[in-house]
Design a protein. Structure first.
Length: 296
C-alpha cells in the first residue's frame, strides 16, 4: 500500500510539473541545441560520442567552472568572501595541483571514460534526440544521482580518514588546508577510483539516455568545485538546493580534518553527529561577532 501511495505521489508530481512546463515559453536555445545534437549523431560514431564527447564535457566543464574562483584571488573586493583569509592561494600550489589534475584526468579517468560506449551498448542506452528526457526529468535524475553519490562518499570518505589508511591515500587531497576550486579532483589515484565509483552508481540506476551522463558530470563538477572554492559568495544559486552543504561546510573539513565527510548534503553528518565540531565552531564565531558588535 505504501509503495502504491509513493508511486501515485510521484506520478502526480510528474503530471504537475509537466502541466506547468506546458505554460512556460519556448526555450530559444532548444532548436540550436537540437540541430547541434543531430549534427553530432550524423557525423560521429557512438564510440566517438561516448568517449571523446564525455572527455570534452568533463575537461571543458571542469576548467570553466574553476575560472571564477581562480579570478577571485586577483579581486580585492572578493577577499571578504574568502573563508580562510589568512591562507591565500599561491602559484606554486596551483601549478602543482594543475599537473596532478592532468595526470589524473588522462591516465586514470580517460581509461574509465573509454568504457562509456560499452556501458551504453550493454544497457541499450539511446543517443537519439527523440528519446531524450525532458529537462525536469533530467533535473530529478541528477538529484537522485547526487543523493546516491553523497551516501557513497560519506561512508567511503570517512573510512579513508581512518588512522591506518589516511596517510597512504587521502592525505594527498588534504595537502591544501585552505582549498581552491581546481583542487576538487586533486587526489591519490586510488582515491579517484574509490570515491569516483560513487558517481557511476546513480548512472546505473537512472540512466535512460546518454545526455544524463553529461548532465550529471556537469552537476557533480559544479558542486565539488563550489565546495572546494574557498569562497562563500552570497546569492549562490546552489544554496537553494535543500540540505546543500556548501563551501563553508567542506572548507571546515579541510581546516579541521575531522567531521563534515559528506560531499553534497548535510544529513549524514547530522545523523551520525560528525558535524558536531563544525556546529561548535559556528557558535564560537557567532559569539565572537556579537562581542565585536558590543565593543563597537
Amino acid at each position: 500500500m505504501a509503495v502504491n501511495d509513493s508511486v501515485n505521489i510521484l506520478n502526480s508530481a510528474y503530471l504537475a510539473v509537466e502541466y506547468i512546463d506546458s505554460f512556460l515559453p519556448d526555450n530559444p536555445l532548444q532548436q540550436p541545441f537540437k540541430n547541434a545534437w543531430n549534427y553530432m549523431l550524423d557525423n560521429y560514431t557512438k564510440f566517438q560520442i561516448a568517449t571523446w564527447g564525455s572527455l570534452i564535457v568533463h575537461e571543458f566543464s571542469y576548467f570553466l567552472l574553476c575560472v571564477p574562483g581562480f579570478v577571485f584571488q586577483f579581486i580585492p573586493y572578493m577577499q571578504k568572501y574568502k573563508i580562510q583569509q589568512d591562507k591565500p592561494e599561491t602559484w606554486e600550489k596551483q601549478w602543482k595541483c594543475f599537473k596532478t589534475l592532468l595526470f589524473n584526468h588522462f591516465c586514470i579517468q580517460l581509461p574509465l571514460i573509454c568504457g562509456t560506449y560499452y556501458f551504453t551498448e550493454y544497457f541499450n542506452i539511446p543517443y537519439g534526440w527523440e528519446e531524450m528526457p525532458r529537462w525536469y526529468v533530467l533535473v530529478a535524475q541528477c538529484f537522485g544521482c547526487a543523493v546516491i553519490e553523497d551516501a557513497w562518499h560519506y561512508f567511503l570518505h570517512r573510512l579513508l580518514h581512518h588512522k591506518r589508511i589516511y596517510k597512504y591515500i587521502h592525505k594527498v587531497h588534504h595537502e591544501f588546508v585552505s582549498p581552491f576550486g581546481m583542487q576538487a579532483e586533486y587526489a591519490h589515484p586510488l582515491e579517484t577510483l574509490i570515491l569516483g565509483a560513487g558517481f557511476f552508481i546513480g548512472i546505473v540506476v537512472f540512466c535512460n539516455h546518454v545526455v544524463l551522463l553529461w548532465a550529471w558530470v556537469i552537476c557533480r563538477l559544479m558542486e565539488t568545485i563550489d565546495v572546494h572554492s574557498g569562497y562563500d559568495v552570497p546569492l549562490n544559486p546552489l544554496h537553494l538546493v535543500p540540505f546543500y552543504a556548501g563551501a563553508r561546510f567542506h572548507d571546515f573539513h579541510h581546516m579541521n580534518f575531522i567531521g563534515n565527510y559528506a560531499s553534497t548534503f548535510t544529513w549524514w553528518d547530522r545523523i551520525f553527529g560528525t558535524d558536531s565540531q563544525f556546529i561548535a565552531f559556528k557558535e564560537k564565531e557567532k559569539k565572537q561577532q556579537l562581542m565585536k558588535k558590543k565593543a563597537n
